[in-house]
Design a protein around this ligand. Structure first.
Ligand code: NAD
Ligand code: IPM
Ligand code: MN
Length: 360
């Protein structure tokens, strides 16, 4: 029987509440399939930082290279500045593991009420392909004259032809497999005349290799509005690192909650492990209460199984989530219900088991 080695980094806050529920559901999926999952837990995150002065072991990347995939909760704690927690764990892992695609499905699942009036599941079915290795997040810049009236900060965006081309190819390839075959590229070339002009030129060139995909570019401000006013016109969204960060929080909000939206940090060439996580953070405002919605983490786990080649197990987990939402009895408070994290997880695991028992 196939066995996959999974590095588990629950991280901080609600990451530690949703990831154990996620691994339970993944194990339930594995028990009805021809594979097993070998989970190895790592304590890296803000507590580790407070004890050791670093967010993760010095050889963390070397350790992680031994795994087939990484399953991450959330990183961030009010006691540690966010630029350290994200900047010394999450972002370096995405970069150093060459996870240059950040894949974020945005779907309104049946049974969930969108804050957009009158919208149902058929209206919101988008996938966001976010560049994940460069752009506004490249980390270059600095500050001088600290604390003086002349203080200056520079934050550089780096966009490379190679970086844009590889994310654009991934986006178009994905769009060409989807029924509507639409790709919307998020630009801002009216104001960012260097970086976003290169973005537009390279995306346009790549679009020529995908004549079956209808391609349009939108300035990102107008695209953000369109996600609210006409989400049904959007299918695949291709965007830079920062634009994608913002657009996908809008995406999760219109899909009902930050608590349902998953993400995959993917190395399409598979030379290093890919990393799957909810798009939400550690939610210090609700951490420790046992009420975080575990669906984003469970769905991210399903994406991980899909990446590992276990598409049927992915589909069974999604079907179980959809069944629990459609029945509508068990919902966490972010979705207007009263269920706890573990009740929600148990309902999904049970739906999965029942679904797996039914004849195909
Ligand atoms: P957040 O996503 O943690 O929380 C935003 C809001 O959404 C909060 O009100 C929170 O309660 C709610 N929320 C988030 N996930 C939820 C869930 N599963 N169920 C129910 N409600 C949920 O964003 P933030 O407050 O901006 O950031 C908090 C910390 O998390 C910061 O340190 C930030 O840097 C970090 N962060 C980490 C990641 C990550 O690890 N990938 C992502 C985003 C933010
Ligand atoms: C996300 C997060 C991160 C990002 C932060 C924590 C750096 O918001 O995964 O969306 O901006 O990518
Ligand atoms: Mn974000």
């Amino acid at each position: 029987m196939k066995s996959y080695r999974i590095a588990v980094l629950p991280g901080d806050g609600i990451g530690r509440e949703v990831i154990p529920v996620g691994t339970d559901v993944l194990n339930a999926a594995a028990s009805h399939s021809a594979f097993t999952l070998a989970f190895t837990q790592f304590p890296w995150g803000c507590d580790f930082y407070l004890r050791h002065g670093r967010m993760m072991d010095a050889d963390a990347v070397e350790q992680l290279l031994k795994f087939d995939a990484i399953y991450l909760g959330a990183i961030g704690d009010p006691q540690v500045p966010d630029h350290i927690s994200a900047g010394e764990l999450l972002l370096p892992l995405r970069r150093r593991l060459v996870q240059y695609v950040n894949l974020r499905p945005v779907r309104l699942l049946p049974g969930i009420t969108s804050p957009l009036a009158g919208r149902g599941a058929a209206d919101i079915d988008i996938v966001c392909v976010r560049e994940n290795s460069e752009g506004e997040y490249c980390g270059l810049g600095g500050r001088v004259h600290s604390g003086t009236p002349d203080e200056l900060a520079e934050q550089t965006g780096v966009f490379t032809r190679r970086g844009i081309e590889r994310i654009a190819r991934y986006g178009f390839r994905l769009a060409s497999t989807r029924p509507r075959k639409l790709l919307a590229s998020a630009t801002k070339s009216n104001a960012l005349q260097h970086s976003m002009m290169l973005w537009d030129e390279v995306v346009e060139q790549v679009s020529k290799d995908f004549p079956d995909v209808s391609y349009r570019k939108y300035h990102v401000d107008a695209l953000a509005a369109r996600m609210i006013t006409h989400p049904q016109t959007l299918d695949t969204i291709l965007c830079s690192n920062l634009f994608g960060d913002i657009l996908t929080d809008i995406g999760s909000a219109i899909s009902g909650s930050l608590g349902v939206a998953p993400s995959g940090n993917i190395n399409p060439e598979r030379t290093t492990p890919s990393m799957f996580e909810p798009i939400h953070g550690s939610a210090p405002d609700i951490a420790g209460k046992g009420i975080a919605n575990p669906v984003a983490a469970i769905w991210a786990g399903a994406m991980m199984l899909d990446h590992l080649g276990e598409r049927a197990a992915h589909d069974r987990i999604l079907a179980a989530i959809e069944r629990v939402f459609a029945e509508g009895q068990i919902k966490t408070p972010d979705l207007g219900g009263r269920a706890t994290t573990s009740q929600m997880g148990a309902a999904i695991a049970q739906a999965l088991t029942e679904g797996s028992r039914q004849p195909a």
